[in-house]
Write a protein that binds this ligand. Sequence first.
Ligand code: AMP
Length: 112
Amino acid sequence: MSDCLFCKIIAGDIPAEKIYEDEDVFAFFDVAAQAPQHFLVIPKKHINTLNDTKDAALIGKLSLTASKIAQDLGFAKDGYRVVMNCNEQGGQTVYHIHLHCLGGRNLSWPPG
Ligand code: AMP
């Protein structure tokens, strides 16, 4: 989508600190990190929200990619959180689905 921030990041039109990319997914550090470790994993295919897909393989791949990156970055054993915000009450601000992966500190529960 031409007016989507994350589609522009995938296309290289907006700079981002890329961690990983393959034919399906793209991962990069969050520009406003909420923890010592905070990156996003997104599908290359534009999907507005989690409500707009039935692609179980792709949604699963986002999680497994986050786990692999957390292991590669060395904080998987200590622990981390993966979360996808959906729509307004879920706190979604960018309407191209993205899995947050946060780690590097103790994360409180419940979230705000
Ligand atoms: P959400 O509120 O769940 O939609 O999350 C959107 C996330 O995208 C936020 O954590 C932002 O900090 C992050 N973000 C927005 N613009 C950029 C950017 N240009 N590069 C990296 N992360 C971004």
